[in-house]
Ligand binder design. Sequence first.
Ligand SMILES: Nc1nc2c([nH]c(=O)n2[C@H]2C[C@H](O)[C@@H](COP(=O)(O)OP(=O)(O)OP(=O)(O)O)O2)c(=O)[nH]1
Length: 157
Amino acid sequence: MTRTTPETDPIVVVGAALLDGGRLLAARRSAPAELAGRWELPGGKVEAGERPADALVRELREELGIDAEPVGRVPGEWPLRTPYVLQVWTARLRPGSPAPRPLQDHDDLRWLTPAELWDVPWLDQDVPAVREIEETFPAGAGDGAASRAAGPGDGRE
Ligand SMILES: Nc1nc2c([nH]c(=O)n2[C@H]2C[C@H](O)[C@@H](COP(=O)(O)OP(=O)(O)OP(=O)(O)O)O2)c(=O)[nH]1
């Protein structure tokens, strides 16, 4: 008899492509040990019954102390370690938001211009997502180009 692995529903991790003045925020993980020192999109796990866009706002407040607004979903979904999958949303700072600070999970932050996008060692599993962000974040563009990747309403479902 063939034994099958029990199926587990994927748990979504939302990552933010936080854009400001044409730059993307990258965050260096401080934990756990196997991820520490590598760079990621700030964010975290969507809780049961929570909408991804709401989770994004909550995680960005907890981790970076900012007041962020989701703008649109970056097309695609990328596998992390089972059962997690990464979804990415573009986001921007709301007027009056504090500047991001590494309060939790991170020990450094960098605002990357399009030309600097690959200057940091991203987590391996984030590379395809960052490539997708790059598609909507061409050299020389302001944050408007990335924000137009998906309609404004897409951030709310
Ligand atoms: N936030 C985030 N997590 C990522 C990325 N890439 C990646 O593999 N991960 C992994 C790291 C963690 O195992 C998991 C998300 O965990 P987390 O620690 O950021 O989320 P959380 O705040 O909700 O976690 P928790 O400590 O409350 O359990 O996904 C990424 O780009 N952003």
